[in-house]
Design a protein around this ligand. Structure first.
Ligand SMILES: *Cc1c(COP(=O)(O)O)cnc(C)c1O
Length: 414
């Protein structure tokens, strides 16, 4: 098994080929250099690694199992396996890197972790890690998202985090990123920015990938134990790309393993603002401190993007994905809203597993591969569970799937 923290890429400046790097104000570069150096020490430090391994095992519940989805396999004529990140404490893969970032913050002597959140998933995972490790936590969140994602706001508050409403512009994720960034610039000494995916300036794409690579390292061993072979195909959804890099990184040298990243096609790939297919339809450029494939509008600003899965609507992808696309090691495709929702119900009803709508994109794509006659086995990274999505799905798709009566909530007769 490969060591979690040993990967050849990126280079010392944080470049994966031409992608990545660090495009930020010089005062912030000093802080990034400090983080890079601290991380470098952490990854060599057996104590740090032992502590992280202990938390993965006893707090998160790792290793997460691989499940052979036999009903789905039989029905769709291909062998489907699921890496069950949905079974992690807090219900998704994000806790893997939030714990790493929180431990690093502690080691650097920081008092507080800060971050932005859109749907609240990163906020909840970070608030969880901060509570455990003993750090303050400020989460910047657009007012519109605060209203939409009420249960996650409540979770963060229960966990002791401050949720700071962002009240300007469209009051959603983009403004929250700007607000968190500003707050960080104002005080990069006592606090540290904990980025929520394999994006941002060096060292974050490398560091978040390394923390997530536990997924692939486990899966590689587990799958061989189960089947005596490696999987023929890997499939994972790509928002910023952390769960995908986590699974993919252990298999990059296994050239017989085909690797597929799945972006959200939303309502339409034809129309700007109706999808978030950053690598499929974007171009190389710089935003949020790094170079990668991204979707920009006519003014060169990040495009408005959309997906039914709020965890996937980001106008760029992590730089290593851009590199893997260019060298042809990973193939990137899409699944749209309707395909994802169909897969959400298919997995729920065939296997008794309700997936996150984000993860449903990966399931949908695997079913498309099956339809196209792909051979052998498919290992899907089931990045999260769908509890957070059930009300939304029933309200918007209940009628279509024959459960609309649940929308009219029952009231007891008086
Ligand atoms: C946030 C999230 C994603 C997307 O993030 P990546 O960095 O692309 O992995 C995918 N699945 C779930 C369940 C999420 O919460």
């Amino acid at each position: 098994m490969k060591n979690t923290f040993e990967h050849a890429l990126p280079d010392a400046q944080g470049f994966f080929g031409e992608y990545g790097g660090s495009f930020i104000p010089s005062e912030l570069q000093l802080v990034m250099d400090e983080i890079t150096q601290a991380y470098d020490e952490c990854r060599r430090d057996p104590e740090f690694q032992a502590e992280l391994a202990r938390l993965y095992k006893h707090f998160v519940g790792r290793p997460s199992p691989i499940f052979h989805a036999e009903n789905l396999s039989r029905k769709h004529g291909v062998d489907i396996y699921l890496k069950r990140e949905d079974l992690n404490h807090t219900g998704a893969h994000k806790i893997n890197h939030c714990l790493g970032e929180a431990l690093l913050a502690k080691k650097l002597g920081k008092k507080k972790v800060i971050a932005e959140t859109g749907a609240g998933q990163h906020g909840v995972a970070l608030a969880t890690a901060a509570a455990l490790v003993g750090l303050e936590c400020d989460i910047y969140m657009g007012e519109v998202d605060i209203a939409k994602e009420h249960p996650n706001v409540v979770r963060m508050r229960i966990l002791g985090a401050n949720v700071i409403p962002v009240t300007h512009g469209r009051k959603t994720l983009k403004e929250a990123v700007d607000a968190a960034f500003e707050a960080y610039l104002a005080d990069p000494i006592t606090q540290i920015y904990a980025i929520g995916s394999v994006v941002g300036p060096h060292p974050f794409p490398m560091m978040v990938r390394d923390f997530q690579s536990i997924i692939g390292n486990e899966a590689r061993v587990q799958f061989q134990e189960m089947t005596g072979k490696l999987p023929d195909n890997l499939v994972a959804c790509v928002g910023g790309g952390s769960n995908a890099m986590g699974l993919f990184s252990a298999f990059l040298d296994d050239t017989d393993v085909a690797i597929h990243g799945v972006e959200p096609a939303g309502r339409s790939l034809e129309q700007e603002g109706e999808h978030a297919a950053s690598i499929t339809l974007g171009e190389p450029g710089v935003m949020h401190g790094f170079k990668s494939y991204m979707l920009k509008d006519a003014q060169g600003e990040p495009q408005e993007v959309y997906s039914v899965a709020s965890g996937l609507d980001y106008p760029a992808v992590g730089p290593q994905h851009s590199y893997l696309k260019d060298i042809g090691r990973v193939k990137y495709g899409t699944a749209d809203d309707n395909e994802a929702i169909a897969a959400f119900f298919e997995l729920s009803r065939q296997e008794g597993i309700i997936p996150a709508i984000e993860s449903s994109h990966a399931v949908a794509y695997a079913l498309k591969l099956a339809q196209q006659g792909v051979k052998g086995s498919i290992l899907i990274n089931l990045s999260g569970r769908g509890d957070k999505d059930i009300d939304f799905v029933v309200e918007n798709y209940g009628a279509q799937y024959g459960i609309s009566e649940l929308v009219r909530r029952y009231t007891l007769p008086t």
